[in-house]
Design a protein around this ligand. Structure first.
Ligand SMILES: CC(C)(COP(=O)(O)OP(=O)(O)OC[C@H]1O[C@@H](n2cnc3c(N)ncnc32)[C@H](O)[C@@H]1OP(=O)(O)O)[C@@H](O)C(=O)NCCC(=O)NCCS
Length: 175
């Protein structure tokens, strides 16, 4: 029987919805100092835990299509990859985001997950364009975006006052 939590498989990763028993695994990924430095959601662990608990309570088939997916190897959650709706300079965009636990950095997992999520977004979901908002200086994230086919479009100043690079990728003609 197919597992309804699984959305996609790559060569090494299972991309799937978070399950009820994954809350601590997700907290472990999001709350490391190395991840908080670039994705500050984990700065408020109570709020983050509540958010994850609410998410896992929703049946898989009722979760939004534009959402996060956890990346697993066996029982080990190595990270997550997601799509996030965001307004940037007055335009509604869909942002690709990715996080890998520092224990697993440098093994190509973020690139593998990002490429798979692009196929999912352009193919299955029929999106026309994705962006990635990246803090200047986040060299590994820039590298992942480039390897997933994104190019630097411009810089933007976010409502928080922080300047971010806007990388973008259009839907490939064949998708
Ligand atoms: C960014 C992140 C997801 C990368 O995960 P990862 O699984 O290690 O990424 P990959 O192994 O697929 O690729 C990393 C690439 O960056 C390169 N890289 C790593 N550190 C680098 C540095 N300091 N300068 C330049 N390139 C660097 C690696 O060499 C690799 O490129 P290569 O394959 O051409 O050699 C991970 O570091 C992370 O979770 N960071 C914190 C959260 C974050 O910043 N997310 C992105 C927000 S936009």
């Amino acid at each position: 029987m197919s597992d309804p939590s699984i959305v996609r498989r790559t060569e090494r990763l299972i991309l799937r919805h978070l399950r009820q028993q994954d809350v601590d695994r997700a907290m472990r990924v999001w709350c490391t100092p190395e991840v908080i430095a670039f994705m500050p959601a984990g700065k408020n662990p109570e709020k983050l835990r509540r958010h994850i608990e609410e998410e896992v309570a929703v049946p898989y088939d009722q979760r939004p299509a534009i959402n996060y997916l956890a990346c697993f190897i066996g029982a080990e959650m190595v990270g997550d990859v997601g799509l996030v709706e965001k307004e940037v300079d007055g335009t509604d965009e869909v942002e690709l985001v990715y996080v890998v636990h520092p224990d697993h950095w440098g093994q190509g997992y973020a690139t593998e997950a990002a490429r798979a999520m692009c196929q999912h977004a352009f193919g299955t979901l029929g999106l026309d364009r994705l962006i990635a908002l990246i803090k200047p200086g986040n060299a590994s994230s820039i590298r992942v975006a480039e390897k997933a086919g994104f190019v630097l479009e411009r810089d933007t100043v976010r409502p928080s006052g922080i300047t971010m690079h806007v990388y973008s990728r259009e839907r490939p003609a064949a998708s």
